[in-house]
Design a protein around this ligand. Structure first.
Ligand code: ATR
Length: 273
């Protein structure tokens, strides 16, 4: 029987994961089946148990089940532990292994695909929720001069910064504290763009920035990217590369072969206009 994989979420209709993994499987000659599962709310465990019983080997997990997947797993990677959330699981007999590839996918996109080293740079991350949490350790592992986390709720930004304090130079603050500061790379890890809002970031943070990166994917030129563009930032990016790279990490973890992401990124990229 062909090895079964799936992405589980609710809603799930618009997930690009089946397309991405089908493309990876074809390119690497791996025989897998990959589908979407719309998990009924409150019934994550039984839905996953049925998938395993039918020969399921692994899952990608998207909203709102990342915390359920973490709780369901028997073993957790350091990235999953820090995020307290899983975006991929693998079944190995009775063991259920949890991973979180969002942060490593983001860093790989920025460094490898977009060609921006974080090492020695001043990096600003907006937001201190789940997406920011996933990026924290992968960012610090790249050794930026300083990572600043800005959030409306300042306590959350400072609490997140404390989690990374032993790994590098990181501090949390509110948006007001960004006045007069400049950064080389600016990331929007808030969920503001999902509802067409702009985090209250002063445009001056972009004065010498080489890259503005919106972690959300498929929203075109969001208010954040528009502000960066108006401030003269040379390169704008959305999360399409992050999406492809986290998928490639999961594929490699499951199948032992890492697919190239270029074709998938080319297929899914949406013009930032
Ligand atoms: P996610 O998993 O997408 O990170 P989350 O954990 O709910 O979602 O976190 C949402 C993040 O976006 C938070 O940092 C939130 O800021 P607060 O903690 O201050 O609420 C941020 N956010 C959402 N809407 C925003 C807006 N309009 N402006 C600025 N920040 C916003």
């Amino acid at each position: 029987m062909t090895d079964q994989y799936a992405v589980i979420g609710n809603p799930i209709a618009f997930s690009k994961s089946p397309l991405i993994h089908a493309s990876f499987a074809q390119a690497t000659g791996q025989e897998i089946e990959y589908r979407k599962i719309e998990g009924p709310l409150g019934r994550f465990e039984e839905t996953v148990a049925a998938f395993r019983a039918a020969g399921g080997k692994g899952l990608n997990i998207t909203a709102p089940f990342k915390l359920d997947a973490f709780a369901y797993a028997s073993e957790h990677s350091p990235a999953a532990l820090l995020a307290g959330a899983a975006n991929a699981i693998k079944f190995d007999g009775e063991r259920v292994l949890a991973e979180n590839f969002d942060g490593v996918g983001l860093v790989r996109d920025v460094v490898h695909n977009l060609g921006h080293a974080l090492r020695g740079k001043r990096v600003l991350m907006l937001g201190a929720g789940g997406a920011a949490r996933g990026a924290l350790l992968p960012f610090l592992a790249e050794q930026p001069t300083e990572l600043v986390i800005a959030n409306r709720n300042v306590d959350k930004a400072q609490a997140l910064a404390r989690l990374g304090a032993s790994r590098g130079q990181v501090r949390g603050c509110g948006y007001d504290a960004l006045v007069g500061e400049r950064f080389d790379l600016v990331f929007n890890a808030t969920s503001a763009s999902l509802v067409g809002e702009l985090p209250p970031v002063p445009a001056t943070v972009f004065a010498s920035a080489a890259l503005a990166y919106e972690l959300a994917y498929g929203k075109g030129l969001t208010p954040f990217l528009r502000l960066a563009q108006g401030a003269g930032v040379r390169q704008l990016a959305d999360g399409v590369g992050m999406l492809a790279e986290q998928a490639a990490e999961a594929f490699a973890w499951w199948r032992g072969v890492r697919p190239d992401t270029r074709a998938v990124i080319g297929q899914l990229a949406i013009a930032l206009v």
